[in-house]
Design a protein. Structure first.
Length: 146
């Protein structure tokens, strides 16, 4: 089953998905935040569409590894998503939620886009989706291979 990566921010949620072999992450979209319940509903739509078994959520830790106020917001969103998954039937209740340290994911994403000579305006439009790719790819790279 595929994996879905999320970069959860206050204004947007970057979304990425793995290929069927769980080796490569690709960007899907950026969700404009309108409210936690509706946002979680949109994420659920992508979980269904891509037949996702694991959702990897970027956890914004401080550089010293401690939690910040933003970390608590991401954990609250993850809990809401977990509740929606549990109440959505047997198949959806099997979807795992895992956290991945997202330290510097946005910085890394920005560097990739700059190296691709992307204009600043265009970078702003896709930076969250690119950060979701970085988060998911980091998780995929850490998984043992058969």
């Amino acid at each position: 089953m595929r994996m879905l990566g999320l970069d959860v921010g206050d204004k947007t949620i970057g979304v990425a998905v793995s290929d069927l072999t769980n080796l490569i992450a690709s960007g899907v979209t950026t969700i404009q935040r309108v409210g936690a319940r509706k946002d979680a509903g949109k994420v659920m739509d992508y979980i269904r569409e891509y037949e996702v078994g694991t959702v990897v959520i970027g956890l914004p830790l401080k550089l010293d590894g401690t939690e910040s106020p933003q970390t608590l917001k991401v954990r609250a969103f993850a809990e809401l998503l977990a509740n929606k998954l549990r109440s959505s039937g047997a198949a959806m209740s099997q979807v795992k939620l895992v956290f991945q340290d997202e330290s510097l994911s946005t910085v890394t994403a920005e560097e990739v886009l700059i190296m691709a000579n992307m204009q600043r305006k265009k970078r702003r439009e896709i930076i969250d989706r690119q950060a979701a790719i970085v988060i998911l790819q980091s998780y995929l790279d850490e998984q043992p291979r058969p």
